[in-house]
Ligand binder design. Sequence first.
Ligand code: ACM
Ligand code: ZN
Length: 525
Amino acid sequence: MNYSVIPEPREMQTGTKTLFTLTRLCNISSEAGCEKAEACLKKFLSDAFSLELLGTGKESVILRIDGTMQKSESYILTVKENEVQIIGSDEAGVFYGVQSIRQLLFQGNLELPEVYINDGPRFPYRGFMLDCGRYFFTKEAVFVFLEMMALHKLNTFHWHLSEDQGFRAQIMSKLLLTEIGSYRSHTNFNKRKHEGYYTVEDMKEIVEYAHRLCIKVIPEIDTPGHTVAMIAAYPELSCFDRDLTVATHWGVKHDVLCVGKESTFTFMQEVIDELLETFTDGAFHLGGDEVPVTRWRLCPHCRKRMKEEGLKNEGGLHTYYLDRMARYLKSKGTEPIMWNDSIKELMVSKDVTWQLWSDDMDKKDVVSEINAGRPFIMSNLRAYYLDLPYAQVSLKKTYEFEPVYEDIKKEKEHLVKGVEACLWTEFVPTMQKAGYCTYPRLGAFCETAWSPREKKSYKSFLSKLPPYYSLLKGYGTDPASLSQANPGPVSKAGNLIWWERRKLCWAGLSNLIDNAYVKKTYGKK
Ligand code: ACM
Ligand code: ZN
């Protein structure tokens, strides 16, 4: 049989004859620093094969770290007679060696041929984002995502914790954020309520779980837009202290944080201070996307701020807010990240990382920002938005997307820190739908995140899908079939009709009426 690994390793050779069989007698011998890798391997053997090792036989798995290896997160895996050896550059390297051996053991039903793999990542940032704001996913569901991330050699969990439709992170000094903000009376799908939030203990547990899988966690509290749930809890956060309920439907809302009031900054800094006690990985996502300025135009606080700060338009106010929050994070030793459309005026300090998602930012502008020194994470929606129908983002499209644009200067390429796949959930209410959206696209995505560019081949990726599907199903996920993931013209058309129908659910009419009311009430003052 042909053994294969996803993501494709830098270098891999396999023999044909079985040389090693992992039995109950096998012994794992691991050095200090290899505890996470060892625990992961043991859990896999127990979960997938009900195998608890006795360690009395002559076969062994050796895990060790060689600090002289050049690149971080790298490993060399060899299988010889009676011995599997994984040597990592560091803790994560050994851990990723274990991810590869898991796939091989799964394929061979615990039997392995001679193997040599020399491997390491293309990008240091390999992310997956889960939107828990629209739909709440239980702690156990988040664990499943983290396990699957590790299997795909992804190392950064971007946790989108707040939305118009729900605020999910318990903040002890502002309990109404979750007591009011985590509940919506109904959703796009039906008249049933939806609710849920993570306690501080839950969040700590999730961070610890992620760390055991060599995954960093970056929380996102998306401001100043996408904040209706926060405003429902604390109306004074908005312009005109609006009395709102948590949004029931998708879409970009007019009510955003009032960034004229100084109290908004104090509030957000306190939220950040609390979260940084739980999220210790040194980065925080400020959001910043999709901010209509309709309220700011009318609000006396916002107008005063613009005048005092010499900002020439509301775009400048948007930038002012984010720049100030970014500086606050930096003062705490934490790296700020924001979505690319957060910036109306291209002036936020060049050392702030932008996450590119929208295709309305011109490629030329992206290239010139990178060439001018700004770090980027690439999440282009046309390739890496996992909630988009396969009719728009097919498996092939995800696979073939190249995130390092031509015209980026060679010496600036390192500023493309990596890539991130995003699972937005307004139309993903269940783990079953999440599985359908995420897999097999995550397999295609991780080959860009991890494998050397010159080793990528869609044809050879397709040939690896049968064992990949077995693995996914072995983990209880529900992937899209290959024909669903690369739809033909007929199902593509059907899918696009579904997508257009989805836009009708934006509650656009009530938004328009409410907006007219605000203009009429406050516009003349
Ligand atoms: C986004 O999709 N609004 C970041
Ligand atoms: Zn205001």
